[in-house]
Each structure stands twice: as C-alpha cells, then as structure tokens.
Design a protein around this ligand. Structure first.
Ligand SMILES: Cc1ncc(Cc2csc(CCOP(=O)(O)OP(=O)(O)O)c2C)c(N)n1
Ligand SMILES: [Mg+2]
Length: 566
C-alpha cells in the first residue's frame, strides 16, 4: 500500500545543487571546509565544475570575473566566518566593478549565533555582508533554498550587476525533506536580466546634443564591454565618426589601432571635448570626477542602467537610463541619416596629437637599456601576444599596471582584465584562473612583484588544473620600486621586497615551467616557448630596482602632510 512505500527524500545539499544546475550554473570557485565540503563534492558529482582554491579571496575574484566574462553570475563557495570574510573583499570588489557574482557561504547555528554562545566559526555573516554587497539574503528553512538561489542569481545579474551574499546555515544544508515536495520549491529564472529601454524623448535630447557638438567624444567604460553589444557599439562609433576613449577594461571593444581611437590623445580629448557621451563609464576618480583635466563647459550625456548614477559627479544634460544595447538600438532608430557627424577638423586635431604621442612612445620602446626596464620587458610581451590575439591579459601592480596598460594594445573585447575601479591588488591569479577555465584560451598575467604576492600561492591551483596561464612578473624588487632605503637600521624599507627572489623556482616546485629573464630578448624567448607549451608557466622578469615611480601614475593621491620619507 502507499503508506509503506518509502518516500524518496532530498536534503539541503541536493536542493542547492539542483537549484544551481536548473539555473545554468556550471562552475563553482571555492575553498572547502565545514559545513560545505560535501556541497562541493555533490556539485562535482552532479556535473558542476568545482575549482578548489588556496584562499577564498582568489576564489571570489575568479567568480566575479567569470560573471563579467559570461554575463551571468559567477558563484563562489566559502566556509563560515573566516572563510566568508576572506571572500568578502572579492564580493565588495565585484559590487564596485558591477560584476555579477553570488558568494554562497555556510554559516553557524542561528540559535547559538543570536545568543552569542560561541559556536564553531560563529559570526552573524548576513549582517557583516550587508554594507559591502548589492544584496544579502539568508535561507533559514530547507524549503526556501530554491527561492534563495533564484533570488540571489536574479539580484546579481539584473539592473546594475553586483555581488550578492547568500547565507545558508549548516542546519539547513543538512535538513531532509520529501523529494517530491523539495522539487516543487525549485524554479528556473525567466528573463533574469530584463532589457531596460530608454524613453524616446531622452534619446532625442541626446541626439540633439550630439548633432550640435563641435568636438564630441565618447568614453567607453567596462560596462560597454560587459554589454556584449560589440557590433552595435562599433556601428555607433563608425557611423557618427565620433572619436572615443576606452577605459582600461574596454580596450579591445574596438581595436586599439582604430582610426577613431583617441586613447593616445586622451588629455587633449578631455580638455577640449564639448559634448561627452559616457557609455557604461562612471565619472569617478578614474575620470577625474569629470573635473580635473576636462573642458569646464563640457556637457555630459550618460548611458547607465542605474538612474542614481546620473549627476553623481557632474550635471548630466542628457541622461539615458537603460541597458547599453537597448539604448544603442533606440539611438540608431531615432537618428536621421547624417544627423550626427563628428567635424573632421576635430578628428584631425586628435589624430595629429595621437600620431605625435605614438611616435614618442615608439622611441621610448626602442631604447633597450640594461638593467632591463619596464618598457623593454613589456614591449617584448606585447610583440609576442600580438601573434596570439585570443590571449587574455590579466594585469595588476602600480607601474606594472600603468605602463602595461599603455604598451599592450588590445584588439578583441573583454580580453583585458585588471584592477579596475577599485585599484585592488590581489585579483591576478583568480582572474587568470577563471579566464582560462571559462574560455579555454591562453592567459598572460602581467604582475607587479608585490601584486603577485597577494595571490601567488594559486600558482599551485594553476598547476593542479594544468591551466594555460603564463604569469609574467615585473620584478623590480619592491612595492612601486626596489631601491628605497631605510636610513634608521638594516631592516628593509617599508616598500622593499627581494629583487633576488626566484619566483621562477616557485612554479617549478608545483611542476610548472619557470623562466628567469634579464633582457627583452629572454622575455621574448620565454613567452614564446611558454605559450607554445600551453601549460602553466612563470617568467620572472628582473627589472631595474630603480625603475618605477611611487604609486605609478596616481602618486598625486598620496596625502602630502609633513613628508617623512625622502
Ligand atoms: C589589497 C591592496 N593592498 C594594497 C594596495 C596598495 C598598492 C597599490 S599598487 C601596490 C603594489 C605595487 O607594487 P608592484 O610590485 O605590484 O608594482 P610596481 O609598481 O610595478 O612595483 C600596492 C601594494 C592595494 N591597491 N590593494
Ligand atoms: Mg614592484
């Protein structure tokens, strides 16, 4: 009879995995431990790719950049309290950069946490996460797991993407319920990131402004790259002839050698533009808040999915609220043929300045002094990578970041992944691992030696999964440079690291291939061989310790005060 037929059961672990699979989550980046080790095992058993890291910060950065590359939430998995906290920097960084990701963390028993009775890894993680994320949710009942996963994924990807925290207490993971009932609690998201169209009158206002501009300029932000509307972006730029400046992660949306690129005439472009259209770019510190270096009479048009972004730094004369693809569609529909045409005098003025600056840079790149300088090493990297356009470039550091951004040109969208809006160090290995895992393409991570240190242990992860990642360290022996002196005693100065460090031996200890390069020719040979091998490699580029400036191109951000140092 029905009564004695055993009811098929399910539990919290299975419901989490079923809900993730039902919503096309195919990879989880994490570090295991109580109470989520079996969740990782089950996910792997059920066909979700699990990538095990050495530190949760790197797993979180991997999930975040996977979200940016795939335009669907990346998923990180952490243990309670310290593991959760380690992941929080990446979750906050995802929110700051508008990358869609969900950090799922186990957490300790509610009744113990709420009475502060001292549970294992006790912390009120939901409260701790709130200030740093787009949204934070907790699932308190096993029957709510499906809803919690759906809600977290939709929140991460819809509107302005960002980091979402999902807290699942150990007891909920272990709770059992009838499978038939459990299956009914699961749902697949419908249209998780609905298109958001601008109002026609808003578009007409922008068209008017652009049509009347003497010196129009477009700024392409990483939001424009994230949109994956590459052909429509290109069509808008080329049909209007408007010069554009790409922010660092938007490089490659149009090839850097595009005739309308004003990247190498950026200061002239900002200083003289009279109408500026921001496409997925915010007027934050990276653009001098629309103040420093800008034409004070410039009028701004802004395309952004978040209406609150408008007027954040400067008055916006034509706000275009919507997703970038929808806005470009309506712009194309409502612009009459020839209505917007950038004056050729303006394009020529920028073209001349670009040509001058490119010639100056070429001269600096040709010089090949010993000991090796950043430019020499990076020119060698550029020339090899140019032969492999499918290569992802990951980049962090100060001088290692700023100089590489100017030397390494990009020709395909979403292939430059760097410290972004927050200037955070430590994104390197996590971004490199996710780019390789998600794309299968080769990755070259160009790392300052200090920046590398934040996530360097993941070289073991790269070797364990045998990923095609070549880490190129600009080893100038210090944070910013390696020749600072401590005049007081023989302890290293606060910015000194070891220029004699043999990072190439580190990867050898994990079975990868290490190279040490002291000249650009050696960099060329090592990178050519490493990319041909298709396996994990590390090239320790020995750079002149006196090369580099404090904080790279942003030394002006250091507060003055009564200068203590030299
Ligand atoms: C999480 C975090 N902690 C510290 C810092 C402050 C910083 C900005 S850049 C940098 C590293 C500079 O040295 P590196 O050797 O990488 O590059 P180079 O100039 O070529 O010598 C640090 C420590 C940031 N931004 N984020
Ligand atoms: Mg350095």
């Amino acid at each position: 009879a029905a009564a004695d037929v055993p009811t098929e059961l399910t539990d919290g672990y299975h419901l989490v995995v079923d809900a993730l699979k039902m919503n096309d989550v195919d990879t989880i980046y994490g570090v295991v431990g109580i109470p989520i080790t079996d969740l990782a095992r089950l996910a792997q058993a059920q066909g979700i790719r699990y990538i095990g890291f050495r530190h949760e910060s790197n797993a979180g950065h991997a999930a975040a950049i996977a979200g940016y590359l795939n335009k669907k939430p990346g998923v990180a998995l952490t243990v309670s309290a310290p593991g959760f906290l380690n992941g929080l920097v990446a979750l906050a960084n995802a929110t700051t950069n508008c990358f869609p990701m969900v950090q799922i963390s186990g957490s300790s028993e509610r009744h113990l946490v709420d009475l502060k009775q001292g549970d294992y890894e006790e912390m009120d993680q939901l409260a701790a996460a709130q200030p740093f994320v787009k949204a934070a949710y907790r699932v308190s009942r096993v029957e709510d797991i499906g809803r919690g996963i759906a809600r977290a994924l939709r929140t991460a990807i819809s509107g302005r993407p960002g980091g979402v925290y999902l807290d699942i207490p150990a007891a909920v993971l272990g709770a059992i319920m009838p499978k038939a009932e459990g299956d009914r609690t699961l749902s697949r998201l419908v249209d998780p990131a609905p298109r958001q169209l601008p109002a026609p009158e808003a578009v007409d206002r922008a068209i008017e402004l652009l049509a009347s501009a003497e010196r129009p300029l477009v700024v392409l932000g990483k939001g424009a790259a994230y949109a994956q509307a590459d052909a429509k972006v290109r069509e808008f730029i080329e049909s209007t002839g408007i010069p554009y400046v790409p922010m660092s992660m938007a490089k490659g949306l149009l090839p850097d050698d595009h005739p309308q690129s004003a990247a190498t005439a950026r200061s002239l472009a900002l200083k003289k533009a009279d109408v500026v259209m921001l496409v997925g770019a915010r007027l934050n510190w990276l653009l001098g808040h629309g103040q420093t270096g800008w034409n004070p009479d410039a009028k701004f048009i802004q395309i952004d999915i978040d209406p609150k972004e408008m007027d954040s730094n400067q008055p916006i004369s034509a706000p275009l609220v919507g997703d970038i693809e929808s806005v470009l569609d309506v712009l194309a529909e409502r612009t009459k043929p020839g209505q917007i045409q950038a004056p050729s005098a303006w394009r020529d003025e920028l073209g001349e300045r670009s040509a001058q600056n490119v010639a100056k840079m070429a001269k600096r790149l040709e010089a090949d002094p010993q000991p090796m300088q950043f430019m020499g090493a990076l020119k060698a990297v550029r020339d090899v990578v140019r032969r492999h356009p499918e290569t992802y470039i990951v980049n962090e550091g100060a001088n290692a970041l700023d100089i590489a951004r100017n030397v390494i040109d990009m020709h395909v969208p979403r292939h430059r992944l760097d410290s972004g809006t927050w200037g955070v160090m430590g994104i390197g290995m996590g971004y490199a691992i996710a780019a390789a895992v998600e794309s299968g393409a080769p990755v070259v991570a160009i790392e300052g030696d200090s920046a590398f240190g934040f996530s360097g242990i993941e070289i073991e992860t790269i070797c364990r999964y045998r990923l095609p990642v070549v880490t190129v360290i600009m080893n100038n022996g210090g944070v910013y440079r390696g020749d600072d002196v401590n005049p007081y005693d023989d302890a290293p100065s606060p910015t000194t690291l070891m220029s004699a460090a043999r990072h190439d031996l580190l990867i050898e200890s994990f079975g990868g291939k290490g190279y040490r390069a002291t000249t650009p020719a050696e960099v060329t040979a090592a990178l050519t061989e490493a990319l041909a091998s298709g396996g994990p490699a590390l090239i320790d580029c020995v750079i002149d310790p006196s090369a580099g400036t404090e904080s790279g191109h942003i030394s002006h951000l250091n507060p003055k005060g009564i200068t203590v140092g030299n």
